[in-house]
Design a protein around this ligand. Structure first.
Ligand SMILES: Cc1cc2nc3c(=O)[nH]c(=O)nc-3n(C[C@H](O)[C@H](O)[C@H](O)COP(=O)(O)OP(=O)(O)OC[C@H]3O[C@@H](n4cnc5c(N)ncnc54)[C@H](O)[C@@H]3O)c2cc1C
Length: 486
């Protein structure tokens, strides 16, 4: 029986643990925190429940496929709309799941022909069909990945994948209203990137939301973590919480042990679900460091306020966006700015809209997030109060309210606490950014080409951040390790 040690119980680590256990390995997971989930966590405060990290759930089929015969323990429902959008000039737009309702809304709100948007969504599906197999479901760093027919189909169409144009350039050519361009540019933020620099191929993202749909897990996002964790535990994966790995020991170019402050675990296979930068910098200090990969630009981070609000706002739904009036400048600040941006796009997620028990009666649990730069030493004690004020001004303007007196409880997450809680380098939400066309090829592979038995999963390595991609990274590690160790 192969001994596997997995470092980190984030969604990628949990999914890898379950897969390798099913394959008959003896699996131990070391997690420095006291709960599983990493960024995909929850907490409760004075009668309110909050999902701490991810709030948008797409591709539930990946969770079902992972849970297989245990999928019944995880239930979810499809939403009738993906998001409510607000602009400072009073424009309001609901992105309905139903295409006819979406078309009517485009015509009514923007007074333009909806056909280009529907065509854009068709192209998004085309992109997804031809890129998912190559960029998301296989290792980009194994020759074998390039030998299948579907990968060649993608290569033949590479000129249509919009690698040489930015997402914004593509969207401006295709869409017939500046607010629709802004709305579709926002999808670059789903992996922490800048639509004015990221390649047009990122236009695959709206396919997930508009063509497949957005979903809400019963019990909240943390049920994704819980259902995988409980299944893995029931199958016999051994979990050690409050036990961080301190070193990966390598002998003769092969993994041999993982050390913690408490124990030394022998290992044939080590999978790091910790961010790849600290994995090399702290756990493998004595090994060659892949400097080029480790110094890549990080994705954006976030500032989140979790507010208990003592009123209900019928104009809001589960997902709400209050757009910046100067979107391009917002991204310049996110990746190059040296002071807080005064008009940030504000995202409000309210799970009590779908699950009333998440807030006391007549109240709502608000998760209020803006994107901010990854932590490179900014003075956050100065930035945070300025940004909090900007968020409140934006909310007051768009909802015609005075929100401050309605806040009955508050908690905060920022780039520094994201880094200290989950080990994410610079507090980045999605590992490295996708701000250039080679980004997909420059993420760390899911395996080490120098050290036998060493693998990587999660948002800081191929294929990237976000729940679906982290789940796919676990599938790739499972495939690669099965081939290498059988
Ligand atoms: C605020 C926020 C909002 C987000 N919104 C969305 C969203 O709406 N939809 C979406 O799909 N994604 C979203 N994401 C991104 C998504 O949460 C992440 O991409 C994903 O959860 C990362 O999973 P992971 O497997 O990389 O592990 P992580 O969650 O990064 O967890 C890594 C784990 O490793 C542990 N660890 C680190 N070092 C060690 C060590 N030395 N020893 C032991 N354990 C260690 C950490 O404690 C942690 O538990 C969001 C993220 C954040 C923070």
């Amino acid at each position: 029986m192969k001994k596997v040690v997995i470092i980190g119980a984030g969604i990628g680590g949990l999914a890898t643990a379950l897969r390798l256990k099913r394959r008959g390995c003896d699996v131990t997971v070391l997690e420095q925190a006291d709960t599983p989930g990493g960024k995909l966590n929850e907490f409760r405060q004075t009668g309110f429940r909050f999902d701490a990290g991810p709030s948008l759930f797409t591709l539930p089929s990946l969770v079902q496929e992972l849970l297989a015969e245990d999928a019944g323990r995880f239930t979810f429902h499809k939403l009738d709309r993906s998001c409510h959008y607000f602009w400072d000039d009073g424009t309001r737009f609901t992105a309905w799941a139903d295409k006819k309702k979406l078309s009517d809304e485009i015509q009514k709100v923007f007074q333009v022909d909806p056909a280009p948007t529907l065509q854009h969504l068709k192209k998004s599906e085309f992109l997804y069909r031809y890129t998912a197999k190559l960029f998301m479901e296989r290792s980009l760093h194994k020759i074998g990945s390039y030998l299948s027919k579907d990968v060649w189909d993608a290569f033949v169409r590479v000129h249509r994948l919009q690698l040489n144009e930015s997402m914004d350039e593509v969207n401006r050519k295709r869409l017939n209203h500046p607010k629709l361009v802004q709305l579709f540019n926002r999808y670059a933020t789903y992996n922490g990137s800048d639509p004015y620099r990221a390649p047009g191929v990122l236009n695959i993202i709206p396919h997930l939301e508009h063509n497949i749909g957005t979903f809400f897990p019963r019990g909240g996002m943390y049920q994704i973590t819980q259902s995988i964790y409980q299944t893995a535990k029931a199958k016999g994966v051994k979990f050690h919480f409050n036990e961080g790995a301190t070193r990966i020991e390598v002998n003769q170019k092969k993994v041999s042990f993982v050390e913690s402050a408490k124990h030394r675990y022998p290992a044939d296979i080590v999978v790091s679900n910790a961010d790849v930068v600290p994995t090399y910098r702290y756990l493998m200090k004595d090994q060659e460091q892949p400097e080029k990969i480790l110094s890549r630009e990080r994705s954006s981070s976030a500032l989140i306020f979790y507010w208990g609000i003592q009123r209900e706002f019928p104009q809001l739904h589960l997902h709400n966006i209050l757009f910046s009036d100067n979107y391009q400048q917002e991204f310049e600040h996110l990746f190059k700015g040296d002071h807080p941006f005064e008009d940030p796009t504000v995202y409000i997620n309210i799970t009590s809209k779908c699950q009333p028990k998440d807030a006391p009666s007549g109240m709502e649990n608000w998760f209020v997030m803006i994107n901010v730069p990854a932590n490179t030493g900014q003075d956050w004690s100065k930035w945070i109060p300025v940004l909090r004020k900007a968020i409140i001004e934006k909310i007051n303007k768009n909802l015609n309210t005075d929100i401050e007196p309605l806040i009955v409880t508050e908690h905060r997450l920022d780039p520094l606490s994201i880094e200290s809680k989950t080990g994410s380098y610079q507090g980045a939400l999605y590992g490295t950014s996708s701000n250039d066309k080679m980004a997909a090829f420059l993420r760390h592979p899911n395996f080490s080409s120098k050290i036998k038995g060493l693998y990587f999963c999660g948002g800081s390595v191929h294929p990237g951040g976000g729940i679906p991609l982290c789940l796919l990274s676990a599938r790739i590690v499972d495939d690669l390790s099965a081939k290498a160790h059988e």
